[in-house]
Design a binder for this molecule. Structure first.
Ligand code: CIR
Length: 262
């Protein structure tokens, strides 16, 4: 069994207000219909890969609530409610809390500070927490304490300036290999993981998502796909051009876990 053998996922239907999602810059937002199409393809793919996917209802008050990865962190045995660093996203935690309470025996909460789930990379050995404009030192410290209660080890790293989330710039290809944008190429940061630097010009491909035997990747990154396939892992490209307009990628649209019963 591998760290990617998830059995369950939750996602959230995009709200009409997704068109107002947060973004770096003043470019136009996505269209709701197009986001819905990308989201639909994503959900269908998770199901085809064998996951039981539950779709939570849209939350009009929270344009970015489709990105369920940010207000919580989940493992087989427990969930941790986080605290997103963007004020407009703070209320998403109270919305997802009851959903997690019905699905997990233990739901821990963050003490002080802010952490976005997009800044958290769970590797087979540890949980990396990238300090960013959304995740602060107090939040990282609180998260390390919560992880310790679950017998897991957290470690603080840095999300490079100008990169929204740590996982905007990296993603696991397999249990021992991480794909990274050049800006994150730092041996100490990734410990024992082998680093595969993305081809120049394809940095936006970094937010890959390994699910079971397949690495999901955004469409339009042929060299990265080839690099991953050459490494021996099957890839599947999904459309992400609309969610990319609000700085999102593949990992942000779901919370995934392997149920303890399986
Ligand atoms: C935000 O700025 O919060 C959203 N527009 C994008 C969140 C993407 N989430 C992620 O990478 N985990």
């Amino acid at each position: 069994m591998s760290a990617f053998d998830f059995t369950h996922a939750i996602v959230r239907e995009p709200a009409q207000s997704v068109t107002d999602g947060l973004r770096d810059g003043d470019h136009a937002g996505p269209s709701h219909d197009a986001v819905k199409r990308e989201h639909g393809a994503y959900v269908a793919t998770l199901r085809e890969l064998g996951l039981e996917v539950e779709v939570l209802p849209a939350l009009e008050a929270y344009p970015d609530s489709i990105f369920v990865e940010d207000p919580a962190l989940v493992f087989s045995e427990a969930a941790i409610l986080l605290r997103p660093g963007a004020p407009t996203r703070a209320g998403e935690v109270a919305e997802i809390a009851p959903e997690l309470e019905t699905r997990f025996e233990r739901v821990l909460t963050l003490g002080d500070g802010f952490v976005d789930g997009g800044d958290v990379l769970t590797t087979p050995d540890e949980v990396l927490i990238g300090l960013s404009a959304r995740t602060d030192a107090a939040g990282a410290k609180s998260l390390i304490a919560a992880l310790a209660q679950l017998g897991k080890q957290g470690r603080v790293v840095k999300t490079p300036p100008g990169v929204l989330h740590f996982k905007t710039g990296c993603g696991l290809i397999d249990e021992g290999t991480v794909a990274i944008a050049a800006a994150l190429d730092d041996a100490e940061m990734f410990g024992d993981l082998k680093r595969m630097v993305l081809p120049a010009g394809e940095e936006a491909a970094a937010n890959i998502l390994r699910v079971r035997d397949t690495v999901l990747i955004g469409e339009g990154f042929p060299e990265t796909r080839e690099m991953i396939e050459r490494h021996g892992v099957t890839t599947l490209a999904l459309p992400i051009s609309e969610i990319a307009k609000i700085d999102a990628g593949l990992s942000c649209m779901s919370l995934r876990w392997r149920s303890v019963a399986s």
